[in-house]
Design a protein around this ligand. Structure first.
Ligand SMILES: Nc1nc2c(c(=O)[nH]1)N[C@H]1C(S)=C(S)[C@@H](COP(=O)(O)OP(=O)(O)OC[C@H]3O[C@@H](n4cnc5c(=O)[nH]c(N)nc54)[C@H](O)[C@@H]3O)O[C@H]1N2
Ligand SMILES: Nc1nc2c(c(=O)[nH]1)N[C@H]1C(S)=C(S)[C@@H](COP(=O)(O)OP(=O)(O)OC[C@H]3O[C@@H](n4cnc5c(=O)[nH]c(N)nc54)[C@H](O)[C@@H]3O)O[C@H]1N2
Ligand code: SF4
Ligand SMILES: [Mo]
Length: 764
């Protein structure tokens, strides 16, 4: 033992070493944690047992959070790009003035259609998006997108048609849990994922079905691992649905009472040749039958899809088919089943008609107001009059995270003006006209809107545990300064609101009503006005929580009974105020709605409060499925590459310092033992991977969970970083140097990143 290691005695005497409550921001679960600080270093992390949702659970990644908070890529000054491509540090006043001048110059020359906003939050910082919406509206930006439009818009389109809203499963209690292209062991997606998976595996009365070409860590625990050939899920799940229909296992009472329009799709499933589809997806018919019967026979079924099908062929159809499994077997609005749920702020705007607006440049549909991510470079690099000429990007790294790296770099160069707000100098920031440094998620108030639970749903407002790094500002302050610079309001405008806020929340609510009537033009910038007025009265460091007051009021209005059932008292505006108070005061998170199962029906947004099963376009696709290819490989590209797998030490692009990884330092290319032998490579060797999008050399990991012909690379690798703060270098392969913008879903335009044709060549 070295003398520099902390000892128990020094922990006890040093008051700086108290535990601070916050959350882990590395995935959507946002587990509650407690951390210890030594000056600005996060030295210890443990699960917060009192957290309402995660109850002390964490995975191994949370222990490494200091690499996010402290690393050499942190930005500490606004920066302007000069004509020669170098960056000059500028002061905040200059930066705000020049950012506003740059954006308004594009707007005034070409109109607001020439501007786009991208991003608005990663896994744990969604207040960014709320405050960013003020700048967006103040500038008049209507075109926007974020990462959801490269994964979940196909599912959202289906959800809109079926339910008019989002649905989620109760995996803690489901008799049968089904994971479709989803590996919760590593990627989570619901609270306490590994605990829940282990509980299911240990309980003979419960079962798990995993549909995945790889024997993932989750599949290893499953009762039924349907090991499809990559990209053939539509055949597999159509066969499961067909077995349910053809064996008479449909819950007809549920269908008659609670749904409309199921006949067409039931008829279509009745025609499916199960033996043929079983052969096409590579799963034995007997296994498909056993899994389908287990699903149909269960009291409750919960299903979760994710990138394995959302980023693969027929993705929107597969989202539909997967939902049919639990609709046809009546697993809705009961414990262990699927439900709708409340939300502090919905992640999508759903359309029950499926009719969405289209972008004038390409004619493609815009689902949930989010432009298709794969099309963004094309919307910029075109001669079309309506092309995008300015981008405002915040808390996202699209040059690295979206398909087609080369197209993105070209598009960024064509923009007349671009702004990036980030904590780090990213691949995207390096190409922007202006870079504004944000305080980290441990230096300001933050929260995630990924709270999808039912019957209890919770929300955590977390206080800063550190002062902002010098030179940085929290986003609420950045956006308030931008909106002020745009001249939308001044001290006089907000003086009455400030005074009312001093009096208390009740007076403030009344003053907001008056202000809304007197200044309807300020509705769009309400988040920054809340921050400057109500925020000024909140406890030290908590001003940025002000925007949550608005959500709390909305939640109280929409779900009043459920908020009261959750133990929040008060009527009308007081209910919202009391909820807001609880959220600001409670570091362990607050249950903000407690529903009864019956209420799940009321939360549907369909006109008749029934599930509208018929989606004619997708029923037609199901009918035509037999004519579609099951194999996208060719002589030139004999492998299928899953470009962007979630592993033990991946966290999107949130962790830039490669030293955070305790294993798989370079992010190995995984391939089956059979393929390794055929290629003559071994673990630790090098191999060149080439796709229609690019070529790169990877380190090899021979891995017996892979099937022959299927290879994978992790996501979030290949980020520029310099441990000493000098010229940065990338470690590992950036997956989107291998992907292309045109390889995508027909409905939502979501990329087929899990299904990239590839070839391999060993290198010496
Ligand atoms: N550790 C970690 N966790 C994360 C993240 C992270 O970066 N690292 N990112 C978070 C984010 S943003 C998201 S969206 C989620 C994503 O979470 P997941 O979707 O679970 O993650 P992936 O590993 O990309 O893909 C899941 C599975 O799809 C399988 N798959 C590949 N091709 C196919 C196919 O054709 N059919 C089927 N059925 N399966 C296929 C893969 O083998 C893999 O096991 O993870 C979140 N959690
Ligand atoms: N090939 C391939 N590509 C993929 C995927 C894949 O599986 N394969 N997965 C995709 C998926 S599902 C997703 S969700 C996307 C994610 O990709 P992005 O949407 O780009 O999101 P993140 O990687 O989470 O990056 C978030 C950015 O926020 C910054 N940041 C962190 N904290 C703060 C903060 O407090 N304020 C601000 N302003 N910035 C902050 C980080 O430095 C980082 O640059 O990647 C996608 N890209
Ligand atoms: S990475 Fe996700 S599951 Fe792991 S501790 Fe962080 S929030 Fe929880
Ligand atoms: Mo994602």
């Amino acid at each position: 033992m070295t003398t520099t290691e902390p000892t128990i005695a020094s922990d006890d005497v040093d008051s700086k070493l108290e535990w601070h409550k916050t959350v882990c921001i590395l995935c959507s679960a946002n587990c509650g944690v407690e951390v210890r600080l030594d000056d600005r270093e996060i030295t210890r992390v443990r699960g917060n047992k009192d957290h309402v949702a995660s109850k002390g659970y964490t995975c191994e990644k949370a222990l490494r959070l200091n690499h996010y908070q402290n690393n050499t890529s942190r930005l500490t000054s606004p920066m302007r790009r000069e004509a020669d491509g170098s960056y000059t540090e500028v002061d905040w006043d200059t930066a705000i003035a020049e950012v506003v001048a740059g954006m308004t110059s594009v707007r005034d020359t070409y109109g607001s259609k020439a501007m786009m906003y991208y991003g608005g939050g990663g896994q744990g910082n969604h207040l960014v998006g709320a405050y960013g919406s003020a700048t967006r509206r103040a500038l008049g930006i209507t075109i926007r997108s974020n990462a959801l439009a490269q994964e979940k818009t196909g599912e959202a389109w289906v959800d809109g048609r079926l339910f008019g809203t989002h649905t989620h499963g109760d995996f803690h209690h489901a008799e049968v849990s089904v994971f479709v292209g989803k590996n919760p062991w590593h990627s989570h997606g619901f609270d306490e994922a590994r605990r829940v998976l282990k509980d299911i595996a240990a309980d003979e009365a419960r079962s798990m079905v995993v549909i995945d070409p790889r024997r993932s860590e989750t599949a290893d625990l499953a009762d039924f691992h349907l090991q499809v050939k990559p990209g053939t899920d539509a055949f597999c799940i159509a066969a499961l649905g067909a077995i349910i229909v053809q064996e008479g296992l449909v819950d007809q009472t549920f269908i008659d009472e609670n749904t409309t329009g199921a006949d067409d799709v039931i008829a279509e499933l009745g025609k499916v040749d199960v033996a043929d589809y079983s052969a096409r997806c590579g799963v034995e018919q007997a296994q498909l039958e056993a899994a389908a019967r287990r699903i149909a026979g269960a009291d409750s079924v919960a299903v979760l899809e994710d990138l394995g099908i959302e980023m693969a062929p027929n993705s929107t159809l597969v989202s539909y088919l997967q939902k049919l499994l639990w609709i046809l077997t009546g697993s809705f609005a009961k414990p262990g089943g699927m439900t709708t749920h409340s939300s502090m702020a919905p992640l999508f705007n759903y359309s029950t008609s499926g009719k969405e607006p289209a972008t004038p440049v390409t004619g493609s549909q815009i689902i949930s107001d989010l432009v298709q991510c794969n099309e963004i470079p094309e919307l910029i690099s075109t001669d079309h009059d309506d092309r995008i000429r300015a981008m405002f990007i915040e808390s996202a790294n699209p040059v690295h995270s979206l398909a087609g790296g080369d197209d993105w770099r070209a598009a960024m160069a064509e923009l007349e003006f671009s702004v990036v707000i980030d904590v780090a100098m990213t691949e995207t920031a390096r190409l922007a006209s202006y870079v504004l440094p944000a305080s980290s998620q441990y230096e300001k108030v933050e929260a995630t809107f990924f709270s999808l639970s039912f019957p209890d749903n919770s929300f955590t407002v977390r206080a800063p545990i550190l002062e902002p790094l010098e030179g940085t500002l929290p986003e609420p302050e950045i956006h308030a300064r931008i909106v002020r610079e745009l001249g939308l309001y001044d001290d006089d405008t907000i003086a009455p609101l400030k005074a009312a806020a001093e009096e208390g929340l009740e007076a403030f609510g009344a003053a907001m009503m008056t202000a809304a009537a007197e200044h309807p033009e300020l509705a769009g910038v309400a988040p920054v006005i809340l921050y400057e007025t109500l925020g000024a009265t909140l406890p030290e460091g908590m001003a940025g929580a002000a925007v949550v007051w608005f959500s709390a009021q909305q939640v109280a209005m929409k779900f009043g009974a459920a908020v009261r059932a959750a133990g929040i008292e008060g009527d009308d505006a007081n209910l919202g105020n009391n909820l807001f108070r609880a959220l600001v005061e409670e570091p362990d998170g607050v249950v903000f709605t407690r529903h009864t199962y019956d209420e799940a029906w009321n939360l549907l947004k369909t006109d008749d409060k029934k599930i509208n099963v018929n989606i004619p376009e997708l029923v037609a696709d199901l009918a035509a499925l037999g004519g579609l290819p099951t194999d996208h490989r060719s002589e030139e590209f004999p492998f299928i590459l899953a470009a962007g797998e979630r592993r033990s030490f991946t966290a999107n692009t949130i962790m830039r310092d490669p030293a955070w990884r305790k294993r798989d330092a370079e992010g190995a290319l995984r391939l089956s033992p059979g393929d390794a032998e055929a290629m003559g490579v071994e673990t630790g060797g090098r191999i060149r991977v080439t796709t229609p999008g690019g070529s790169a050399v990877a380190v090899v990991e021979v891995n017996d969970t892979m099937q022959d012909g299927f290879i994978s690379l992790p996501n979030g690798m290949g980020l520029d970083y310099s441990p000493a703060g000098g010229e940065p270098e990338a470690v590992g392969i950036s997956p989107n140097e291998l992907t292309t913008v045109d390889w995508k879903d027909a409905y939502a335009g979501t990329p087929w990143h899990k299904h990239v044709p590839a070839r391999l060549e060993p290198v010496a």
